[in-house]
Design a protein around this ligand. Structure first.
Ligand code: ZN
Ligand code: ZN
Length: 331
């Protein structure tokens, strides 16, 4: 809304505000004219004639106060006398607040609502004899409809994005937890089978004069140390020998000979079927690092890099438990 008038100092005042709200049934278009007040009651409810337009050849805009009758009645009363637009200002004490008017019986004239303080200010000027020109133009879209619409739209969008993110996160987490638990279960099963298999391996105590203690070519492939009399060695199914203390932790983790990759579970026939089922259920992701000569040296589980560390204490415990078992077995 824009108003223009000549003040008491003979200078032109031009005021603009983004403060009016088009009525629900009003055409949303630009109008302008001279602000005109009702001759009697400022609420402009009739009966006719409510306005006294001497210069009706100029377009004029009615300025009325809210109350006493419906918006439709006020608007119709002004339109009957040729108003190009109707401005309703809010009731006393409501400051600059506005609402969107509903006027279903008066829908072919531009009607807006402005705040009480703005309306009172203009009405005072007109009452004092100042000629006020007003222009009503379409500004930025606002008001209850836009507010509600945008709030609704943003809430729905926010809800959809949040729900999708949560669902994705839950799916990923559940998947990861499931595969981790499958991997751990598999590892535990294989470890207990390895323990069983180790119990069946041949164990020897080296004596002075044994071939292993005399020849420099015989070294334990795990610790790269030669054998000495009195040391306890384990003979694998492939006839490779290692220190008992060196090979047992290795076998618990890998279940294969470090030299020839011979699978001790297969060689000893320890619960072969169970192992095959487990492998089919969750194929272990391993990478094999080979040295020149093609001997596989080391296997690293790819799926859970943290597990070798976290399971280390348990591994020691298993080993000790096993040692107790095997000693009991030998006695
Ligand atoms: Zn060794
Ligand atoms: Zn071997």
């Amino acid at each position: 809304m824009e108003i223009r008038y000549v003040n008491s100092n003979h200078t032109t005042e031009d005021k603009y505000c983004d403060c009016g709200v088009y009525g629900r049934n009003s055409p949303v278009e630009e109008v302008s004219g001279i602000v005109t007040l009702p001759t009697g009651d400022p609420r402009g409810c009739g009966p006719d004639p409510v306005y006294n337009r001497n210069f009706s050849y100029l377009p004029w805009i009615a300025l009325v106060k809210r109350g006493n009758c419906t918006f439709s009645e006020k608007i119709n009363a002004a339109q009957r006398q040729g108003a190009t637009g109707v401005v309703v200002y809010n009731v006393d004490g409501s400051g600059n607040s506005t609402t969107q008017m509903s006027h279903p019986d008066a829908d072919d004239v531009v009607a807006i609502m402005i705040g009480n303080s703005q309306g009172m200010e203009i009405a005072k000027l007109v009452t004092n004899g100042t000629q006020v020109m007003m222009r009503i133009a379409v500004g930025s879209p606002h008001g209850p409809w836009m507010d509600t619409y945008w709030l609704y739209f943003l809430s729905i969008a926010f809800f959809i994005v949040t729900a999708a993110s949560i669902a994705y996160f839950v799916f990923i987490s559940a998947n990861r937890i499931y595969s981790l638990s499958m991997h751990r279960r598999n590892e535990r099963k294989l470890k207990s089978e390895a323990k069983k298999a180790i119990g069946r391996l041949q164990v020897r105590k080296l004596k002075t004069g044994d071939e292993e203690t005399t020849s420099e070519s015989h070294v334990c492939a795990v610790c790269i140390d030669s054998y000495k009399a009195g040391e306890v060695v384990t003979v694998l199914t492939c006839d490779h020998i290692f220190h008992k203390a060196c090979i047992e932790p290795w076998l618990l983790e890998r279940r294969t000979c470090p030299m020839c990759k011979c699978d001790i579970l297969k060689a000893l026939g320890v619960e072969e079927e169970t192992k095959e089922n487990l492998s089919a259920e969750s194929p272990p992701d391993v990478t094999v690092i080979t040295v020149t000569g093609g001997e596989p040296l080391y296997e690293v589980p790819l799926t859970d890099p943290a597990s070798p560390h976290t399971e280390r204490p348990q591994h020691l415990y298993d080993n000790r438990a096993f040692q107790g078992d095997s000693e009991a077995g030998r006695r």
